[in-house]
Design a binder for this molecule. Structure first.
Ligand SMILES: [Zn+2]
Length: 380
């Protein structure tokens, strides 16, 4: 119903003015409290009684279908409510009320034209969540059938992130980024985050759990095969851990062959991801070395924004602060992270902040959407 989309101030204004509206040839009644209801277009708007039920509701607003019903109900059930008379002539507030309603309808139409995504956003807001693990299967089925045909999956890790960040870091950031990406893409759901990845190069540090690349590849294949059965037309994988990028790239290529009718996409440019983070840090005067590739200023800032209670600010310490490019990434994967950094950090978290983290998360989500593309790239 259109009136349900009225801005809250307009609704409040209309409700305040309604009791004063008195169109010509209307009838009104009084109760023992002396308040008055006025018949307006077949409905009573005022403050006498609720005739749809059996209770008396002075001060509330009541609506009935026709005046005869009201008359009969008064006589039978509410003898203390008497017909006070007919009102003729003055319409003190009806005109501004109508103008207000017209104006609000016009604003709604204009806003709808200016924001093409409004309908999708409204549908998303009507849904409690877009995270499928929090939805029931009928809700998911209904969403897919109503056009939510893209599904976004984060591919994170469970691994050491220095002495100050929890091992969930990559999975938590991935989950947040994927939800933001899904909302920005529109008409998208988010699948359960893959929380463990290929982290063999971090196994020298306690708490790291690593999948072999072939295990991760099988999981990604099973994800694609499962999601393809439900009617999604697009699957987007978002790895947020360096060790996963190569396997995600391979999995995307395989899934495209296995499901040619579905657009399968993955963001697989690890250095591009680190690069955009470093550029955003530079806006705050933080160097690329401090921003870092692992548990540095950028990643720590995002975790402060998301899970501040799990970040140990008293243990912030610099880690490896040299350049990080393909050679360093290769060395780290082959020899292990401990070959480069003793405390597990690539970067320096000491200038991290939650405020910056919020900016980085939003910037990263925008960057990913720009790289993934709103439109499908290999739809047949
Ligand atoms: Zn990380």
């Amino acid at each position: 119903m259109r009136i349900l989309r009225l801005p809250a101030p307009v609704v409040v204004a209309c409700l305040c003015l309604a009791p004063f509206a008195r169109p010509q040839d209307s009838h009104y009644w009084t109760n023992q409290y002396g308040t008055r209801a006025t018949l307006l277009g077949g409905a009573v708007i005022g403050s006498v009684l609720d005739l749809s039920g059996t209770y008396y509701n002075p001060g509330g607003m009541c609506l009935i279908k026709d005046p005869q019903t009201l008359m009969a109900a008064k006589v039978i059930q509410y003898p203390h409510v008497s017909l006070a008379g007919n009102a003729r002539g003055s319409v003190p507030c009806a005109v501004p009320l109508v103008l207000l309603l017209c104006f609000s309808f016009a604003c709604q139409d204009k806003a709808a034209l200016e924001k093409p995504g409004t309908q999708a956003q409204a549908e998303e807001q009507a849904m409690k969540t877009i995270r499928m693990e929090q939805m029931t299967w009928p809700e998911i089925k209904r969403a897919i059938e109503s056009g939510f045909t893209t599904v976004v999956v984060a591919v994170g890790s469970t691994e050491q992130h220095g002495p100050h960040l929890p091992t969930m870091t990559d999975a938590r950031i991935g989950e947040e980024l994927s939800e933001r990406v899904a909302r920005k893409l529109g008409h998208s759901l988010q699948a359960r985050t893959i929380e463990v990845g290929f982290s063999e190069h971090h196994l020298a540090f306690a708490g790291t759990i690593s999948l072999k690349p072939e295990t991760l590849l099988l999981i990604l294949r099973d994800y694609a095969d499962s999601l393809a059965r439900h009617g999604f037309t697009r699957i987007v994988f978002i790895p947020t851990h360096g060790g996963n990028f190569a396997t995600v790239k391979q999995a995307v290529e395989e899934a495209r062959k296995a499901h040619p009718e579905i657009d399968v996409t993955g963001f697989t440019d690890m250095l591009g991801l680190i690069g955009i983070l470093n550029r955003m840090s530079a806006e705050y005067g933080v160097s690329a070395e401090e921003s870092g590739a692992h548990a540095g200023e950028s990643e720590t800032s995002m975790m402060m924004a998301l899970e501040g209670g799990l970040v140990a600010a008293d243990r912030f310490a610099p880690g490896y602060l040299g350049p990080f490019g393909e050679a360093e990434a290769k060395l780290m994967l082959e020899k292990g992270t401990s070959a480069i950094t003793a405390n597990g950090i690539l970067g320096d978290p000491r200038r991290a902040s939650a405020e910056k983290g919020k900016v980085y998360l939003e910037g990263l989500a925008d960057f990913l959407v720009s790289k993934i593309g709103v439109k499908a790239t290999n739809q047949k």
